[in-house]
Design a protein around this ligand. Structure first.
Ligand SMILES: Cc1cc2nc3c(=O)[nH]c(=O)nc-3n(C[C@H](O)[C@H](O)[C@H](O)COP(=O)(O)O)c2cc1C
Length: 321
């Protein structure tokens, strides 16, 4: 998610779940080919498994970017066919590509030529006046023929005419059954569902109908939820017994990054929702909000904020169970 799932966020999320696949922000082909590649694409080996999401619609440029990302060690290349922003639309990529399924197919086919890692597509069920029954079927048929390894479907339309990107994440109604039907029609295709899934327990319920679940806003805004993923979804122990223990494990990373010149705020902005509902959570947020942005803010800000939170081990023991 743009501006959200940068490498600091992903490193932090990886402390909360060893198993879930993490995604980068959408990175455009132009940025990869002409921008500061090291800054845009760098990730920590601890982030694996990690997928890079590309935005673009030029098959050759996408193929080149896919190769670059595969060489850097990403585990999956994902093509964005769901972002509704005007800027993206002007560049003829994102959700507007739902209207150009043949071109999406060409993009997937070209990307597949140069890499051995999975190439996947994230899409909507349709855009504007499209009939979601037809638009999603057509896109699926074409990208599968092109070699796509999986599809992630944001289970609502995007209205490119009339709604802002933000509204397009909430206003068009969710239609999970459309995605379930797609899975029934394509039993051999790995299909993940996305949109409005707030709790890991709800994600587990979707898994009776589809192969995967992508959580966006809930995972970012309430990251403590991720601590339940390994046990509820994968039947494995949680990496840490409590959000507080997980955050303590984040400290060495933060210290390392501070030493490299990264600002504290760039990392702590991702952790603000970690203690939601826990005694001391408000004081924790406040301390970080006020102090982490100050010039030269150091690790003491994070340690002091942590000391304001009651050790939640007991209260949240059920998560680690
Ligand atoms: C701040 C923000 C940035 C986003 N950036 C991306 C992006 O880069 N690529 C993408 O495929 N979706 C992006 N999305 C959409 C989410 O991935 C997801 O499809 C949408 O929020 C619905 O899922 P959710 O209800 O679980 O959040 C973004 C959403 C938000 C809130």
């Amino acid at each position: 998610m743009m501006e959200w799932t940068d490498r600091h966020c992903r490193f932090f999320h990886r402390l909360l779940t060893r198993r879930a696949l993490l995604y980068t922000e959408m990175i455009t082909t132009g940025a990869v080919l002409r921008g500061d590649r090291t800054r845009l694409l760098a990730f920590d080996p601890a982030e694996h498994p990690v997928a890079v999401q590309l935005g673009g619609s030029d098959p050759r440029a996408l193929a080149e970017c896919a190769r670059i990302c595969a060489d850097l060690g990403y585990d999956e290349i994902n093509l964005n066919v769901g972002c509704p922003s005007d800027r993206v639309r002007e560049g003829r990529f994102g959700a507007c590509l739902m209207a150009e399924p043949q071109l999406v197919g060409e993009c997937v086919a070209e990307m597949k030529v140069g890499v051995t890692i999975p190439v996947t597509v994230k899409c909507r069920i349709g855009i504007d006046e499209q009939d979601p029954q037809e638009s999603l079927d057509t896109l699926t048929r074409i990208v599968v023929a092109a070699g796509a390894d999986a599809l992630i479907v944001h289970a609502r339309k995007a209205w490119l005419d009339g709604l802002s990107p933000r509204e397009n994440r909430d206003i068009p109604p969710l239609d999970y059954h459309r995605v379930y039907r797609l899975k029934r029609a394509w039993p051999d295709l790995h299909i993940s569902i996305n949109g409005g899934i707030a709790r890991v327990e709800d994600a587990a319920a979707h898994l009776s109908a589809v192969d995967g679940v992508m959580m966006g806003r809930a995972a970012y805004q309430e990251p403590w939820r991720l601590l339940a993923v390994d046990s509820l979804i994968y039947g494995a122990p949680a990496p840490y017994a409590s959000p507080k223990a997980a955050l303590e494990a984040f400290i060495p990373y933060v210290e390392r990054e501070l030493a490299r010149g990264t600002r504290l705020h760039a990392m702590t902005r991702h952790i603000l929702g970690l203690f939601q509902g826990v005694p001391g959570a408000r004081a924790f947020r406040r301390h970080i909000a006020i102090n982490a942005v100050k010039p030269g803010a150091g690790i003491a800000v994070l340690r002091d904020a942590l000391s304001l939170v009651v050790d939640a081990r007991a209260e949240l023991a059920h998560i680690a169970a």
